[in-house]
Design a protein around this ligand. Structure first.
Ligand SMILES: Cc1cc2nc3c(=O)[nH]c(=O)nc-3n(C[C@H](O)[C@H](O)[C@H](O)COP(=O)(O)O)c2cc1C
Length: 476
């Protein structure tokens, strides 16, 4: 007999799931979840064919073999269980630990556990209320990818060319200062992991390894040098000449640091460089013995490329930022440096055009990872307008983007919207703090896997196929 009245489906609440068709109305007093109903009116072509309540002869349908054998309960046999039991010996090696991280966020969690609070916060934090950093990360989430189907994506190629040379992936390592403070392998880990991955590495003027030592550590790598330009030309010139001599093909001049940003976490932590031994840091050391052991048994932290300058670390930091710089200094740099010149810290369309007019081979849309001006423009939001303006000027300057990248999908979104290349700061530093050079390699590997997967799911097998149609901005 078929039900000819409104069919009501009750959700089986016994295991919190929706498994059974109830042929009797349940008692709503003893079964409150049963009030969740989906009503389908008769005559609706979408309505499912209803099962008979009873078979001819009155036998209930469920006991008459209509329930498939696979759904009948049974006592499991050992032979069923044996293939499921895959207990493995627990592994505690660095490699095994790093393999357990599948995302940059998970590397960050590991980094936090292994690094004292002050250096962790120095890395993780940003300026003032950290609005810029939050918005920059959110910008990558506020998009929708538009995939194409039925494309052959059996092979995905992430190779590209940036500033005249190939890179195996469309991402490089951004300059970061004090890197040996985060983990003792510091710049050596970053440059070696980048060389192994076939991507560029940028050494900061504030690096804790020298230009020459990094070149020696990663002789096969593509090393770039980041310069804090000073109006004191002799000082700038010396660094530029050393960078050229050490084989750096690209000079990256950072221009968003007229003065230092207000990093409030550092103020609250009483952060000093190098970290001081106070009661708080000694207590902290008991939770992170490996970090302190490494820190105390390696060369003290210095700005290795600036070792001939005297003065305290604080003096050097203050002298790093020169508020008197103008476009004339950029012109001087363009004449002096013969290799590729990129300007880092571009935050408006007008400045993008202007530095290209002044001879830059590339621009880096960046707000310094949110560490300078809070509530600054978000590079990802700027991209479409900047690329449109440079296209209108028939410029072939490279457009590079950083700030906020935490996954390979973020990188693919940036490339789809017109970036030629991207840089990562914290994403690689979390890897470094989680496990030295192997941790940086893991961070790059995670991003690479993300990128391959995202490209394949978008139906794209080469970066040149990406275009703005692959990304819809949900809000800006
Ligand atoms: C700990 C730390 C130190 C940094 N030091 C420098 C630096 O010395 N020179 C520079 O141009 N940018 C520096 N930056 C900014 C990065 O080059 C890059 O612009 C930023 O990290 C990108 O944002 P992301 O961390 O979200 O990837 C630093 C960033 C961090 C997190």
């Amino acid at each position: 007999m078929w039900l000819d009245h409104t069919l009501t489906l009750w959700l089986d609440h016994t295991a919190g799931g929706c498994f059974a068709w109830h042929t009797e109305r349940p008692n709503h007093e003893t079964c409150p979840e049963a009030a969740m109903t989906h009503t389908i009116e008769p005559g609706n072509p979408e309505a499912p064919t209803t099962p008979p309540e009873t078979l001819p002869g009155g036998q209930p349908a469920v006991t008459a073999g209509l329930v498939p054998a696979a759904l009948k309960r049974r006592v499991p046999k050992y032979s069923d269980l044996a293939p499921l039991m895959q207990f493995k010996k627990p592994e505690f090696s660095r490699a095994a630990r790093l393999r357990r991280a599948s995302t940059i966020w998970e590397l960050r969690d590991m980094a936090k556990r292994r690094t004292p609070q002050a250096p962790f916060d120095y890395t993780d934090g940003a300026a003032e209320a950290e609005i810029t950093l939050r918005r920059a990360r959110q910008a990558f989430l506020d998009i929708e990818f538009r995939p194409g189907i039925l494309r052959d994506v059996s092979k995905v190629d992430l190779g590209t060319e940036i500033l005249g040379k190939p890179s195996r992936l469309p991402v490089g390592i951004a300059p970061t200062g004090f890197t040996r403070m985060m983990q003792s392998e510091g710049e050596y880990a970053g440059s070696r992991a980048a060389a192994e991955a076939g991507i560029p590495y940028t050494l900061s003027t504030m690096g804790t390894a020298s230009i020459e030592d990094v070149a020696a550590a990663a002789p096969d790598g593509r090393n770039w040098f980041q310069l804090y330009l000073w109006t004191d030309r002799d000082r700038s010139l010396e660094l530029i000449e050393r960078a050229a001599k050490a084989g750096n093909d690209t000079l990256m001049v950072t221009v968003d640091t007229a003065v230092a940003g207000a990093r409030l976490r550092d103020v609250r932590n009483g952060m000093t460089i190098p970290p001081a031994l106070t009661l708080k840091t000694v207590l902290d050391a008991s939770y992170r013995p490996a970090w302190w052991f490494n820190f105390l048994t390696h060369e003290p932290l210095t700005f290795a490329s600036l070792s001939r300058y005297t003065g305290t670390v604080a003096d050097l930091i203050n002298s790093m930022f020169d508020p008197t710089l103008t476009f004339d200094d950029l012109d001087w740099l363009r004449e002096t440096w013969k290799g590729k010149l990129v300007v880092k810290g571009i935050q408006t369309v007008e400045d993008a055009r202007r530095v290209v007019d002044h001879g830059a081979d590339g621009i880096i849309l960046s707000n310094h990872g949110g560490r300078q001006l809070d509530r600054a423009p978000i590079p990802f939001h700027l991209l479409p307008d900047v690329t449109a303006a440079l296209d209108a000027d028939h410029s072939d300057a490279a457009v590079i983007l950083d700030t906020g990248i935490m996954s390979g999908a973020d990188i693919i979104a940036a490339l789809a919207l017109g970036a030629d290349f991207t840089l990562i700061g914290r994403a690689y530093l979390y890897g470094l703090m989680a496990g030295g050079q192997a941790g940086v390699a893991r961070a790059i590997q995670i991003l690479e896997k993300d990128m391959v997967r995202t490209m394949a799911l978008l139906g794209v097998s080469r970066l040149s196929e990406l275009n703005p149609d692959h990304v819809r901005l949900l809000r800006t």
